[in-house]
Structure formats: structure tokens, C-alpha cells
Design a protein around this ligand. Structure first.
Ligand code: PGA
Length: 268
């Protein structure tokens, strides 16, 4: 039986994760400098939040090196599903693992829009990431026309079910979801906390239908799309919002750190 009030305390038991998606920004030396600055800021932030940075492939190694000995975790922005082979331009999970990478973003809307990513390829990449012990951040989100056409829930349900097809409960429990309404990415338009919360609650209900209450309630679901220091607190204060996937505001140490501090406040 569904009982909204029953889940009221589970937010605190979920892992709060704020991840910076650097997209195609920062060379190796620029990334190193950003992480050095972030390290200083992060030292003073509550250990209750997991801080992740996701640089481009060629910047990963310098960032892993710079983050050593700190609490900052490193993620990649994509991973291929095959172990190796004739896949020009792709990177395998084993390559990321050996580089010291812990997280990986899968199915970002920019990959879905510009690089032919589908629910099926997201599912294949997710399986490869899990098999290699990478922590996946799986992105889902509707387009503006889908929201305006009343198709948001159908799209999200299809994306969640597609991503998790054939994935065991044990593996599903290791996945982080990021809800990123495509119309809010890089546009300055954020979903209102109410709209974001209603959508997160729906996504969690889809996970609940697939895997049951414990896994649904334990799953970190980040919000992404123009999250910044000024709105992070109110967004993360929502019951089903457990952090953020941050683009633009993650490219400077001071704004990213301030956003993380606001998220911690919101999560209390
Ligand atoms: P944004 O990007 O914060 O710049 O909107 C978020 C994302 O695409 O992950």
C-alpha cells in the first residue's frame, strides 16, 4: 500500500550526491586547477555529501591525480558497453577503472539528442558500468514538447524501464538516477521545486514498481538543469530530491562549493 507519509524520514538515509558535469570544458591543466581550488573549499563542507566531478576523458587522469587524498570523487561522462574492440572514439569501463574513475554518467540528454543514444544503448552501457564496478549516474528527462504535450510521465517511465531492463535488484541498488528536464538544461529555466518534486516522486514510484520499496526509497535521485547556488537549497529540500547534477555552475570552484553547501542545508 502506498502511504506518502510513511516515507517521510527516508530522505536522510539516502546518499546526498552533488556531481559536476563539466561536459566539453576544461583541458587537463585547467581541470587540475579547478580541482585544486575545489579541494580547499570542500575541506570545510559537511561530510554528509558526496562530491563528484566529471571531466572530459583526456582530463580524467590529471583530475584523479589532483583529487588524490581528498574527498572529491571522479566520474566520466560516458562509457562503452563492449569490453574492447573496433569502436573508434569510445572508452571502455576497464579503461575508466584503471584510470581511477569511480562514477560514470550514462545517457545524458546531450548524448541522446546529438549522438544517437537510445534507451537500449543506455541499458547496455549501464550493464557494462555495473559489471566493472563503476557507479552509474543514469540521466533521464523529457523534452519541452513532451512536457507540454502531457507526455512527461510516459517518457520517464519508458526511460527508467529501458535503462533497468534485465538489471538485478542488487545491481539496481547501486544506480544513481538524475532527472534532468531537457528544457531546463543550460537554459537558466529551472523546474520549480514543486514540479521537480512531483516528477521525482513519480520516478521513484516507477522504481518502486520495478524493484520494491526498499530499493526505491534508497535510491539517490538527483535533479539537474540550471541548478545553481540560489536554487539548490529549495530544490534539495524536497522530499524526493537527493542532490544535483550540475553543468554550468560546476565550472568554478566557488560557485560549485556554494551550491554544495546550499544542497547540504536543503537536505537537513
Ligand atoms: P546545467 O547542465 O546545470 O548547465 O543546466 C546540467 C546538465 O546538463 O547536467
Amino acid at each position: 500500500m502506498e502511504d506518502a507519509g510513511k516515507y517521510g524520514n527516508d530522505k536522510m538515509s539516502r546518499k546526498l550526491i552533488v556531481a559536476g558535469n563539466w561536459k566539453m570544458n576544461k583541458t587537463a591543466s585547467e581541470g587540475k586547477a579547478l580541482v585544486e581550488a575545489l579541494k580547499n573549499e570542500a575541506a570545510g563542507i559537511c561530510s554528509c555529501v558526496e562530491i563528484v566531478v566529471c571531466p572530459p576523458f583526456t582530463t580524467l587522469c590529471s583530475v584523479v591525480e589532483a583529487a588524490k587524498g581528498s574527498r572529491i570523487k571522479v566520474g566520466a561522462q560516458n562509457v562503452h558497453w563492449a569490453e574492447n574492440g573496433a569502436f573508434t572514439g569510445e572508452i571502455s569501463a576497464a579503461m575508466l577503472k584503471e584510470a581511477g574513475v569511480e562514477y560514470v554518467i550514462i545517457g545524458h540528454s546531450e548524448r541522446r539528442q546529438y549522438f544517437g543514444e537510445t534507451d537500449e544503448t543506455v541499458n547496455s552501457r549501464l550493464k557494462a558500468a555495473l559489471a566493472a564496478g563503476l557507479k552509474p549516474i543514469v540521466c533521464i528527462g523529457e523534452l519541452l514538447e513532451e512536457r507540454e504535450g502531457g507526455r512527461t510521465e510516459a517518457v520517464l517511465e519508458r526511460q527508467v524501464k529501458g535503462a533497468f531492463a534485465g538489471i538485478s535488484a542488487e545491481d539496481a541498488a547501486k544506480v544513481v538516477l538524475a532527472y534532468e528536464p531537457v528544457w531546463a538544461i543550460g537554459t537558466g529555466k529551472t523546474a520549480t521545486p514543486e514540479v521537480a518534486e512531483a516528477t521525482h516522486a513519480f520516478i521513484r514510484s516507477v522504481v518502486r514498481a520495478l524493484y520494491g520499496e526498499a530499493i526505491a526509497e534508497g535510491m539517490t535521485i538527483q535533479y539537474g538543469g540550471s541548478m545553481k547556488p540560489a536554487n539548490a537549497r529549495e530544490l534539495v529540500a524536497q522530499k524526493d530530491i537527493d542532490g544535483g547534477l550540475i553543468g554550468g555552475a560546476a565550472l568554478k570552484a566557488d560557485s560549485f562549493a556554494e551550491l554544495i553547501r546550499q544542497a547540504v542545508e536543503g537536505n537537513r
